[in-house]
Write a protein that binds this ligand. Structure first.
Ligand code: KMH
Ligand code: ZN
Length: 281
């Protein structure tokens, strides 16, 4: 792990409240409307989050990359909170690449940028190298701070190649997020996280991790024990404890904040998180 990325004094908590995979019918508590997104942003900020990773839904609660809807979502969250707004450029496995590139038109603070193609359950999350390069250069031109999503060890190496070829992101900081436990990616184990950390390029300045499904809590604890930041939320985990569904994203943020505080690295305020990511104050 690069020395610059080790043991931050505070913990950046990112909430990923919705995702693109869970249907509203299967999970009525999933926030899918703009009003619910705004309410979620406010409550999650109160609970300790500093950044929100957003997937937008349409009036039928289905994933969409409609440009107007994306802009409305950014405005709704900014109207309800001070959270750093990160739009997903991953979308759903069915979204075409050109629509995913156009996400930047909604002018978020940050966007996710996945470093390679990954089997995704029975589907494929497509991220060809030319697409990764194009999206990265667009973030540099538009002044959007990327968060590099790492689903697999090969993607950690690909990040090194990207930074060598195109230089640092807008803002000069390099923040990555390990996504562990996707069927097709790295397993949700502390050992896999440690392997990913050991392989990080030296330009990386901060990292977070999230575990999918039942790996959510173990990866949260492993990330804290390695000095990293946290991503939590119903995109990644729908069960708070055995037999007890998550009722609101703020529950996951609140638990992460408690555990981070216990680890002597309490939640990072938004202003500090903006500095961490190289965003203007
Ligand atoms: N929904 C997944 C196919 C991202 O947000 O950038 C992709 C994803 C990653 O969630
Ligand atoms: Zn996502």
């Amino acid at each position: 792990m690069p020395a610059s990325a080790s043991f931050a004094p505070n913990t950046l908590i990112t909430v990923a409240p919705t995702g693109a995979e869970t249907s509203r019918a299967d999970c009525p508590d999933l926030p899918t409307t703009l009003a619910e997104l705004a309410e979620t942003a406010r409550r999650c900020q109160d609970a300790g989050a500093a950044m929100i990773h957003i997937h937008v839904r349409d009036d039928q609660h289905l994933p969409t990359l409609d440009p107007g809807r994306l802009r409305d979502a950014v405005a709704a969250v900014r109207g309800a909170s001070n959270l750093i707004v990160q739009l997903s450029t991953g979308g759903s496995v069915h979204d075409p690449l050109d629509r995913r590139l156009a996400v930047l038109d909604a002018e978020p603070d940050s966007c996710s940028l996945t470093m390679g193609t990954t089997n995704f359950g029975d589907d494929v999350f497509v991220n060809p190298w030319p697409f990764v390069c194009e999206l990265y250069q667009r973030t540099q031109e538009r002044g959007v701070v990327p968060e590099f999503e790492l689903f697999d060890l090969g993607q950690v190496a690909a990040l090194g190649r990207l930074l060598e070829r195109y230089g640092l992101p807008f803002g000069g900081r390099v923040h990555v997020d390990f996504v562990l436990g996707v069927p097709g990616g790295m397993p949700g184990t502390a050992a896999a996280l440690a392997a990913g950390l050991a392989a990080l390029p030296e330009q990386v300045t901060s990292w977070s991790a999230t575990g999918i499904g039942r790996t959510h809590l173990p990866i949260l604890l492993a990330a804290l024990s390695h000095g990293g930041h946290l991503r939590v939320g119903m995109e990644d985990c729908l069960t708070f404890a055995k037999g007890r569904p998550v009722r609101h994203n703020a529950e996951l943020v609140g638990r992460a904040a408690e555990l981070a505080t216990l680890a002597q690295r309490p939640p990072m305020p938004v202003a500090q998180a903006r500095q961490l990511l190289g965003l203007p104050a």
